[in-house]
Design a protein around this ligand. Structure first.
Ligand code: F6P
Length: 546
């Protein structure tokens, strides 16, 4: 297997040399059907991958690579509930949380889909009663604010989705997300909130995460100070795999929602971790969101690789990462409400595939996850797009845009779409030195001035991008987008032969923090065992504290 994958990579490398004389624009000029042949639709979502440095031969090579790596077999294992997370001896069954097929996903003699459905019914009942004011605070008044306390996957998903789906939120019900161990996060959030009208949801799969527990304790102290110890049970709910720790914190069993170790943190938005989102948008919309994820599961399972959106997203990513040496990948939603989507994808992609060893512990044969980053367009155009267009690095881009806005501010939407399309066109076309010079001459510059300025106004072009265009950013569409990226990440992990479902790389920093914490807080603690820099910084901080 390893040799076949290496051979397929080598073939791709040779192919790159062959086609590197050609530009994407040439491919369009030579083939009027290029767009028609290089886009895929999934209901109203269109994935355009025509603006890439690819030919039919490139796609054939990429598909050979996928087959050599065993993408189809690994996909089967994933959906069959095999222990694909081999370092933690677990399956990764987040698809069970959004399955509407009626088929079981068996796990240790239990159907994961049935377990998920039962817990979802509890989440929905709680969400509905809170929305209707049946569940209320200790003073008998309905909740107006919900504060989700969690970090990583227990924060990014609900926070990103609540913002994305704000037009579907219940008016008068506000969602807040507190993650950072920096006390400013909770303090700033609480500035305008009335504890008597606030529900806190502690989201932590492990219920031991330092940041989350610090914020949860601080929130608890605020509730006790404002409403008394007896109010804690009325003002807290929790989502975790550790019911024992949740109970010890003082959360009632009927407000404790479970998840399972077969749901990874960064794949947990579909689980009870989505409680705040379910409260905000309501059970019906939340179910639509899940259905969007399920649409993509079926597509990913059923579509042949050449017509499979996540598979192609992944293979194009491999093409640029491993063959063209691109180190980063930008995701630019032309949708202000998707502002947190790039941050969400950072965890999904970089925590999953930011690895250097294979599933069996050998050094990885290929470069793995690129840096994922982005900001909404059109804002980014006035900030970092300069580098995308004229920088020395080629950075592939994913553009995301809706055909229609989801709220009343429809007037500017045409302009938003035009900006999005103009950027992908400009990245691809570029502007040659001769064109730049001609344009300057046409503006009235003399030949010398035009020649001097033209290099600065030249754009190399030939910069690749994909575009996702869909009707509107509905719950179902958001579910689809997230699941597309989840499966993309999975396919890349298969090609790179790494386990995308563990995250050992976050451990060392946590351990060292536990060791350093007493030295930081106790100002006389000896620092002799530390390296010079760390000791010096703690010393300087002590002197600044006075
Ligand atoms: O430290 C990384 C991590 O384990 C993430 O994978 C996870 O999403 C986050 O911390 C939060 O973990 P928990 O839900 O257990 O608090």
């Amino acid at each position: 297997m390893t040799q076949t994958v290496a051979a397929a990579m080598a073939a791709l490398e040779a192919h790159r040399v062959e086609i590197s004389q050609h530009r994407i624009a040439d491919f369009f000029a030579a083939d009027p059907d290029r767009f028609a042949r290089h886009h895929i639709t999934l209901d109203d979502l269109l994935f355009d991958y025509s603006k890439h440095r690819i030919t039919d031969a490139t796609l054939a090579h990429l598909l050979s690579l996928a087959r050599a790596a065993g993408v189809e077999e690994h996909r089967e294992r994933l959906f069959a509930g095999d222990l694909v997370n081999n370092t933690e001896n677990r399956p990764a069954l987040h698809m069970a949380l959004r399955s509407f097929s009626g088929e079981a996903m068996q796990l240790d003699g239990e159907d994961a889909c049935a377990q998920a459905r039962a817990e979802r019914a509890r989440v929905f009942a709680f969400a509905e009663e809170l929305r209707q004011g049946v569940i209320c605070g200790a003073t008998g008044r309905a909740f107006t604010d919900v504060v989700n306390i969690g970090i990583g996957g227990s924060d990014l998903g609900p926070a990103m989705a609540a913002r994305a789906l704000s037009p579907f939120g219940k008016p008068g019900l506000r969602m807040h997300f507190v993650a950072n161990v920096d006390g400013a996060d909770l303090a700033d959030t609480m500035t305008d909130l009335d504890p008597a009208r606030t529900l806190f949801i502690i989201c932590s799969k492990t219920f031991t995460t330092q940041e989350t527990m610090a914020n949860a304790r601080a929130a608890r102290a605020m509730v006790v100070a404002a409403l008394g110890e007896g109010a804690v049970a009325d003002h807290f709910a929790a989502v975790s795999t550790r019911n024992d720790l949740v109970a010890a914190f003082g959360v009632r069993p009927e407000r404790t929602f479970c998840m399972w170790d077969w749901v990874g943190g960064r794949y947990s938005i579909w689980s009870s971790i989505g409680l705040s989102l379910a409260i905000f948008i309501g059970p019906e919309h939340f179910e639509d969101f899940l259905r969007g994820g399920h649409d993509v599961d079926r597509h990913f399972q059923d579509a042949p690789l050449q017509d499979n959106i996540p598979a192609l997203m992944a293979l194009l990513g491999v093409w640029y990462r491993n063959i063209w040496g691109c180190q980063s990948h930008a995701v630019i939603p032309y949708d202000q409400r998707l502002a947190r989507f790039p941050a969400y994808l950072q965890q999904l992609d970089m925590e999953s595939n930011g690895k250097s060893v294979t599933r069996t512990g050998e050094k990885a044969m290929f470069e793995t996850a690129p840096v994922i980053w982005g900001e909404p367009g059109s804002n980014g155009q006035h900030a970092f797009f300069q580098m995308l267009h004229q920088g020395t690095d080629v950075i592939p881009v994913d553009f995301l845009v809706a055909a229609k806005p989801t709220s009343a501010a429809a007037g500017q939407h045409d302009l938003l779409v035009a900006n999005c399309l103009a950027q992908s066109e400009a990245l691809m076309r570029g502007r040659s030195l001769a064109q730049a010079r001609e344009a300057l001459l046409a503006q009235g510059l003399d030949a010398r001035a035009a020649a001097a300025l033209a290099p600065h106004k030249t754009f190399p072009g030939d910069r690749p991008s994909s575009t996702f265009l869909y009707r509107a950013l509905t719950p179902r569409q958001l579910g689809r987008l997230i699941a597309l990226y989840e499966h993309k990440v999975f396919v890349q992990s298969v090609v790179w032969n790494i386990n995308p479902f563990d995250q050992w790389g976050v451990e060392l920093g946590k351990e060292l923090c536990n060791r350093l914490a007493p030295m930081v807080s106790q100002r006389t603690a000896p620092l002799d065992e530390l390296d010079g820099s760390t000791a010096g910084l703690i010393g300087w901080r002590r002197s600044l504290q006075g």
